[in-house]
Write a protein that binds this ligand. Structure first.
Ligand SMILES: Nc1ncnc2c1ncn2[C@@H]1O[C@H](COP(=O)(O)OP(=O)(O)OP(=O)(O)O)[C@@H](O)[C@H]1O
Length: 272
């Protein structure tokens, strides 16, 4: 069968390595209701440590809704209700005793549109660690700021203007700043909701390379409309359709040898 998208061999090799890492997130029969409407019909999946998982599927199929379940961002949506179970490691993240502020530091999020705080570059990074008590003093904070910006591949571009507003950076730099901000609080998982859709191809390449580097230390879940992007970065890809998880497999398998007809139709561009 011919497909438009072929995963790079490296993605397949990485997927094999991934099978040996422990499970990081377990979702069991997760349903989401917006008022009376059931938007997700019972999603069950495991996501492993240090893997990149991509969610693909046509608009409105529930990718972002499910992503938001993993750090309880749907709690902030009026009328939204989540049922089922999601565990981060052994922790039931929907247990009433969970501190959601802490959870959202452990499971950080990067949005479609870069959203730096209206503060300096330094403060964008320092805010979270200060809030969560991760630094004892200014010297500690300086170290966190530098290491987060370095890991996000932005340090050299901004080290001479840390007091300048974060909003003054280019779109691609702002997105890397937002990734640095997520990293600064030592998350375990980073959720990315179409992180490159507002970026030019060069900035997109920067962010994709960054994801591949970050995966040595973090679990990354990315929603993307761009199947080539899923093929370039994701170890495994999940295809959603009309609120269902249709198929999840190693990215190369999902694109080249889909098991389900709906997946095949989507990845070959027959709908969506
Ligand atoms: N805040 C909300 N209130 C009511 N319905 C919502 C809300 N957010 C999403 N929905 C509905 O839930 C369903 C899934 O939406 P969701 O945004 O998760 O899909 P998606 O696959 O991420 O779409 P896209 O690719 O367009 O971002 C859609 O029918 C959408 O209209």
């Amino acid at each position: 069968m011919t497909t438009e998208v072929t995963a790079k061999p490296t993605a397949a090799i990485k997927a094999k390595e991934v099978a040996t890492t422990p499970v990081k997130i377990t979702a069991e029969d997760v349903k989401v209701f917006y008022g009376e409407k059931e938007a997700l019909h019972g999603i069950t999946m495991n996501i492993h440590e240090r893997e990149i998982v991509a969610f693909i599927g046509p608009s409105g199929c529930g990718k972002s809704t499910f992503l938001r379940c993993m750090n309880r961002m749907n709690d902030t949506v009026p009328g939204a209700k989540v049922t089922g179970k999601i565990h981060l490691g052994k922790t039931d993240i929907y247990d009433p005793s969970i501190d959601v502020v802490l959870l959202r530091a452990q499971v950080g999020m990067v949005f479609q549109k870069p959203n730096p705080f209206p503060k300096s570059i330094y403060e964008n990074i320092a805010y979270g660690p200060r809030l969560h008590g991760l630094a004892k003093n200014k010297a500690d904070l300086d170290v966190i700021v530098e290491s987060s910006l370095t890991r996000a591949g932005l340090w050299n571009e901004v080290k001479d203007r840390l007091d300048a507003p974060g909003t003054g950076l280019s779109g691609g730099q702002q997105q890397r700043l937002c990734i640095a901000r997520a990293i600064a609080v030592s998350p375990e998982v980073i959720l990315m909701d179409e992180p490159c859709s507002a970026l030019d191809p060069i900035s997109t390449a920067h962010v994709e390379n960054l994801m591949l580097e970050l995966k040595d230390n973090y679990t990354i879940v990315i929603v993307t409309h761009n199947m080539q992007q899923a093929a370039r970065v994701a170890d495994r890809t999940a295809f959603f359709h009309l609120g269902d998880l249709v198929e999840m497999n190693e990215t190369s398998q999902l694109f080249v040898n889909p098991k389900e007809k709906r997946t095949e139709d989507y990845v070959t561009g027959r709908f969506g």
